[in-house]
Design a protein around this ligand. Sequence first.
Ligand code: PLP
Length: 426
Amino acid sequence: MTDLNGLNANQLKELLDDLQQKYSTYQSQNLNLNMARGKPSPEQLDLSNKMFDILTSEDDLKAEDGTDIRNYGGLDGLPEAKQFFADILEVSPNEVLIGGNSSLNMMHDTVMRAMFHGVNAESEPWSKLPKVKFLCPSPGYDRHFSVCEVFNIEMIVVDMKNNGPDMDMVEKLVSEDESIKGIWCVPKYSNPDGITYSDEVVDRLAKMNTKADDFRIFWDDAYTVHHLTENPDVLKNIMVECKKAGNENRVYMFSSTSKITFAGSGIGVMATSENNLKHIKKLLSFQTIGPDKINQIRHLKFFKNHENLKKHMKKHADIIRPKFDLVLSKLDSELGSKNIAEWHNPNGGYFISLNTLDGCAKKVVTMAKEAGVTLTGAGATFPYGKDPRDRNIRIAPTFPSLSELEKAVDILCLCVQIASVEKLLE
Ligand code: PLP
């Protein structure tokens, strides 16, 4: 098939008739398919089932330092858990705080602490300021944006480029506006684009001058070990670069095992300077006596070391890579040469980000829904749910089976073509 932009009105109308007939056939099938959920599939969850009966002897109930894991204590996590995540995030164990079952929870609470108590003992709580703003590289993760909304933090859209956020824009904004207090980043296999920030972007984020002294980078490294290929992307260590630039308190890193072991029953973790941690731990001590140590030990006994974690992630990749390949090859064969859509080919993570012609995404998502395919809502990947160009659609291929996925992508591609032809006929 050729570039649709080269067809005349009659040819487009003829094509539209043909596409609409195919669409009606799907509509009559009463399908119920879902590509909206960025969740691991049951087969992926099965990979960690051994964790259910891993604590079998009395010895398993003691941590390395003798702590009884069944009892209270350990505000910032067991030492071996801190070491395990320090290795993953390439930081010191002294910079690690182990949380509960969710890193999003830790991000929310980090913003909340800054709102009510400031980012350190000296700085002013953000809630006392007339205005607080965050930079939101977009498309991005909708739940980051929801955290801003719930605290009435104004969100400023920053374009995502192929190597990370538009740094010219970021540097200009943070150097001029003291009310900009933060930026959301998913630096590796980003949600939804699947891109990894370049070294240059990491350097510039670490070094840039910010008008606000209490500016913070929320570095959500959720997909740090979630590679899909044998040649994983490499992300420069922002903590090291921040220290080199004299901005050691600038970054809060987050991650979790939600998409490594059990989604929603993993371990959340954050890492930041010892200085920042001191402030956080003091406030945290009012909130909890400590996170779930039984789950920490379960994870540590299951993985034992970093090598095993790598092997485990390869098993995940073996399950989900065929799903990514299927979606990508369908996009290529159905839309590839038609000049009506663009997408990224990610080396890892959980999503494929599809850009339609401007003004078509909402229509595509609605049409797909009417043919029985649920997609992430159009606009969800932008602050306030508003995609200024109405073109981004997030595809989550991990949960459905291959056969469900095949049909769902066929329908998606059909809807993209119909919406595009209608747009070209306008
Ligand atoms: N961060 C990103 C970028 C995500 O995509 C997700 C889940 O989709 C999360 C965080 C949620 O992590 P957790 O389960 O640790 O709260």
